[in-house]
Design a protein around this ligand. Sequence first.
Ligand code: DAT
Ligand code: MG
Length: 139
Amino acid sequence: MATNRTFTMLKPDAIENNYTGKIIDMIIGAGFKIKAMKYTQLTEAQAKEFYAVHSERPFYGELVEYMCSGPIVAAILEKDNAVEDFRTLIGATDPAEAAAGTIRAAYAESKGRNACHGSDSDENAEIEGMFHFAANEIF
Ligand code: DAT
Ligand code: MG
């Protein structure tokens, strides 16, 4: 059964381009409630661990370097069918392929600098949320 939480990070390009507020507004406008939120920067070790599932992919080094290159906003979001609905809201990995009206179509620069992360399963949403937040930081 689908749980009602997902995890997101607004990536360094989104922060650098001053899209933080606009993206959070889209997230709230789409019906997600913020359960936890943090402005932070990943260490290289944290970025490596977070994206360990991609460690064999050719873009892994670039991805890790990019994700710890500047501050991010990490958040746990709640809504019915959260994981799937949030993936729909962010759009395809490559902004050139992202549907109109999605976060990545509006704000992403490229496949690598693509504005926003969204968990791809309930299991990963739980793991990723716990990676960034302690139980007493979730409201
Ligand atoms: P998503 O973020 O849509 O779930 P993913 O899990 O396949 O995409 O990849 C994780 C991130 O890695 C993605 O947001 C951006 C980066 N990435 C993926 N494919 C890439 C590629 N071909 N070149 C550069 N970066 C890539
Ligand atoms: Mg993914």
